[in-house]
Design a protein around this ligand. Structure first.
Ligand code: SAM
Length: 267
């Protein structure tokens, strides 16, 4: 981040942030010692936790490729977008659909600071700083209204995000808040920490203790988020199993079983 950008946004370097911890796990440089400390704690419980971030980022690319390619979507609402890194949504989507509009939403001001720099010459992509737990506010935001035509199908993306909402923050209600606003033919793309066994439970405890969020939900809880929509093949599966572009071993490792993902179409 340049000096002028860091002056414009207030970044608390004394507390870890979800986006910066994720950046650190991905091997990025947009994080502080307090974020790296959280990563160290997470690695004590789950030594391959960095791989989980990479697996999530990889399915994000494959998912957007599906949405822009096979599903032919031209509008993207990427909620909890995170810091720019490899294969960002707008790069993948606009490589397949050159006219696609992409709105990134994140409540962490560092995302806006870095997004601005990346998007200076892209008038089809914007970064909105907002709390996605309030869909009505996000949907009414002038940039969202300007970029998204709610009469046309929209890709609603909550990738690596909903597990950072506690149960009492009503993740299902948040999903519905966005999906109710988009027409038939829209798609929902979710990846989520999953409760696949004792290691997942230990990793959840570590996330909750050191980052404050990170719910490892059951497959039934995650499937409920897709209720009313048609899952596209192969349904809800562990991340490496969703339309892989390389050979996937039959027996997945523990870290490969810590997250699931799916895309569904609104009928
Ligand atoms: N979607 C990206 C991906 O999968 O690569 C980034 C995922 S990152 C783990 C989760 C992001 O959600 C972070 O950037 C964090 O700031 C953002 N986030 C968490 N709570 C949020 C909220 N209430 N409103 C908006 N963004 C939020």
């Amino acid at each position: 981040m340049t000096g002028s950008e860091s002056a414009r946004v207030e970044i608390d370097q004394t507390k870890p942030s979800i986006s910066r911890v994720y950046d650190a796990l991905l091997g990025g440089k947009d994080n502080y010692p307090v974020d790296e400390k959280v990563c160290e704690h997470l690695r004590e419980t789950m030594p391959q936790i960095d791989d989980l971030a990479k697996l999530n980022r990889e399915i994000l690319g494959r998912g957007v490729r599906y949405l822009a390619g096979e599903a032919g979507l031209k509008q993207y609402l990427d909620l909890g977008a995170g810091l720019p890194t490899m294969e960002n949504t707008h790069q993948v989507a606009q490589s397949l659909q050159p006219g696609a509009n992409v709105v990134y939403v994140d409540n962490d001001p560092i995302v806006l600071a870095h997004g601005r720099a990346l998007l200076e010459e892209n008038d089809q992509t914007v970064v909105v700083t907002a709390d996605l737990r309030h869909p009505d506010n996000v949907l009414a935001h002038p940039d969202v209204q300007r970029m998204i035509d709610f009469d046309q199908p929209v890709a609603v993306m909550l990738v690596g995000m909903l597990h950072h909402l506690h149960d009492d923050e009503d993740p299902a209600g948040v999903v519905a808040g966005y999906m109710d606003a988009v027409p038939s033919g829209s798609h929902l793309f979710i990846t989520h920490f999953c409760n696949s066994g004792p290691e997942a439970k230990e990793t959840e405890n570590s996330f909750l203790e050191f980052l404050g969020t990170g719910r490892f939900r059951t497959n039934d809880e995650i499937l409920a988020l897709f209720r009313g929509y048609d899952l596209v093949e192969p349904g809800l599966v562990y991340l490496p199993q969703w339309r892989p572009n390389r050979i996937v071993r039959d027996k997945l490792t523990i870290v490969e079983r810590l997250m699931v993902g799916a895309i569904a179409r609104k009928p």
